[in-house]
Design a protein around this ligand. Sequence first.
Ligand SMILES: C[S@@+](CC[C@H](N)C(=O)[O-])C[C@H]1O[C@@H](n2cnc3c(N)ncnc32)[C@H](O)[C@@H]1O
Length: 177
Amino acid sequence: MDVSPFVESPIQVVKKMLQLAEPKPGEILYDMGSGDGRILIIAAKEFNLRCVGIEIRQDLFKRSLDEVKRLNLEDRIKIINADFFNVNISDADIVTLYLNSSANEKLRPKLEKELKVGTRVVSHDYEIKGWMPTKVVRNDPIGHNIYLYVFDPPRIFLQSSSKVSHPEIGHRLPGIF
Ligand SMILES: C[S@@+](CC[C@H](N)C(=O)[O-])C[C@H]1O[C@@H](n2cnc3c(N)ncnc32)[C@H](O)[C@@H]1O
């Protein structure tokens, strides 16, 4: 299910998102809807992260993969041409989002099922309703807001009624790294 059109995060925003997540070398980042791959490429090159992009559009998948190959970053960046609702992300240390409010709302139950405690979720411009951000950076860079969440249930939930269930989900892609 394609839940958001392709719009790039400006490079300055990408760098700010990554700085906010306070990445440690070797951690695993997932970009949900990785577009042209820019978050993955900057995260791998400048922050030494291992990155997984999930992109539903085949043209963007191919374009970003070509760029990753051109930059010789294949050992650090994997890109999956799939619907992110069907990919298990439980090994993520950092998750980046640039979707929209309704997409974040649809994604939230999956995040709550799969993320481990301490995973940082950084969202460009759109908050995750029902979660309490650890930090919000407004209008920096100008015109952009960034929301940082540190996944730590139940403290992250704004409403105590939030339910976390653990049914079998999606297909697991073992051995990505
Ligand atoms: C706003 S763009 C963000 C691109 C990139 N993350 C960035 O910040 O520059 C959202 C991307 O999500 C992709 N997308 C939308 N729904 C998706 C889904 N269910 N699974 C995987 N990708 C999806 C779109 O094709 C688009 O490339």
